[in-house]
Design a protein around this ligand. Structure first.
Ligand code: ADP
Length: 253
C-alpha cells in the first residue's frame, strides 16, 4: 500500500476538482497536506473533508503566483513535517481564442498562474527536497500541453511551458533523487471544464478520450488523483521527467 506518512505535501488549487481529489487521497495515504487555493472557503472545506476522514491538513489561502503566498506555503509545510512533495495543480483556463484574438490579459493570467507560479514554488521547495535527499514534484499539465487542439493559444502555450519546466527540473536534479513529473489529463469533470464545456463542443474539440466517448462521460478527478499519489510516493522511485497522458487514450490518436 502507498504510504506518504513521513511527509508534508503542498497541493495548489486543492479547493476543488482534481486538486481536492489529490489532497484527499494523499492525506488518506498519511501525508500532512498544505491545502492551497485562491478561495479561502473551498480550501477550508477540503481541510474539513480530510480531517473528517482522520487525516491531517492545513489551509493556506491566497494567490499562488504571489511571492508572499509561496513563502507562507513553504513555511506551513516545513512546520507540519518534512516537506517532500509539491503538486502544482492550480490553473486557469483561457477562452479558446487563437493567437489573433487572445488579449494581453488572458495571456498574462495563463502564464502567471499556470507557469510562473509552478516555477516559483519549485524554486522555493527545492532546497528542502535537496536537503532531505528525496522528493517529488507533480505538475498538472493537460492534453493542451501535448497538442494544439484542446484549448486556446494562451492555455496551450502555458501547458507546453510547464512540460519544459518539468523536464528541465527532472534532469537537473535527478542525481539528487528529486523527481519531477507531469500528468496530462484529458477532459475531467471539474469547474474548469464545466464552465467551458459548451464552448469546447462548439469548437468541435475532443474533450473525451475514445474510452470515454463510448461511455459518454468525462474522467472523474479520482481517476487523475490515483496517478498523482503514485508519483508522489517512493513507489515511483524510477519515474522522473515523465510526461504522462491520463486521458483515456485521446492523445494516442
Ligand atoms: P481543475 O480541477 O480541472 O484544475 P478547478 O477549476 O476545479 O479545475 O480547480 C482549479 C483550482 O485552482 C480552483 O480551486 C481555483 O480556485 C484554483 N486557483 C486558480 N487560480 C489560482 C491562483 N492564482 N492561486 C491559487 N489557486 C488558484
Amino acid at each position: 500500500m502507498t504510504t506518504l506518512s513521513d511527509r508534508s505535501i503542498i497541493i495548489t488549487g486543492a479547493g476543488s476538482g482534481i486538486g481536492r481529489a489529490i489532497a484527499q487521497e494523499a492525506a488518506a495515504a498519511g501525508a500532512h497536506i498544505i491545502v492551497s487555493d485562491l478561495n479561502q472557503d473551498t480550501a477550508n472545506e477540503t481541510v474539513e473533508l480530510i480531517q473528517r476522514a482522520s487525516g491531517h491538513a492545513t489551509a493556506v489561502a491566497g494567490d499562488v503566483s504571489s511571492p508572499e503566498v509561496v513563502d507562507q506555503l513553504v513555511a506551513a509545510a516545513t512546520s507540519a513535517g518534512p516537506l517532500l512533495g509539491l503538486v502544482n495543480n492550480a490553473g486557469v483556463m483561457d477562452d479558446f481564442a487563437g493567437a489573433a484574438e487572445t488579449t494581453d490579459a488572458t495571456w498574462e493570467l495563463c502564464m502567471r498562474v499556470n507557469v510562473t507560479a509552478p516555477f516559483m514554488l519549485t524554486r522555493a521547495v527545492l532546497p528542502h527536497l535537496l536537503e532531505a535527499g528525496k522528493g517529488s514534484i507533480v505538475n498538472m499539465g493537460s492534453e493542451a500541453g501535448l497538442r494544439g487542439g484542446a484549448a486556446g493559444a494562451a492555455y496551450t502555450s502555458s501547458k507546453h511551458a510547464l512540460v519544459g519546466l518539468t523536464k528541465s527540473t527532472a534532469f537537473q536534479y535527478a542525481r539528487q533523487n528529486v523527481r519531477v513529473n507531469a500528468i496530462m489529463p484529458g477532459g475531467v469533470e471539474t469547474n474548469i471544464i464545466e464552465t467551458d464545456y459548451s464552448k469546447l463542443n462548439q469548437a468541435g474539440l475532443a474533450v473525451m478520450g475514445p474510452l470515454h466517448q463510448t461511455a459518454t462521460r468525462m474522467a472523474q478527478p479520482s481517476e487523475i488523483s490515483a496517478l498523482a499519489v503514485f508519483l508522489l510516493s517512493d513507489a515511483a522511485s524510477n519515474v522522473s521527467g515523465a510526461i504522462i497522458p491520463c486521458d483515456a487514450g485521446w492523445s494516442a490518436g
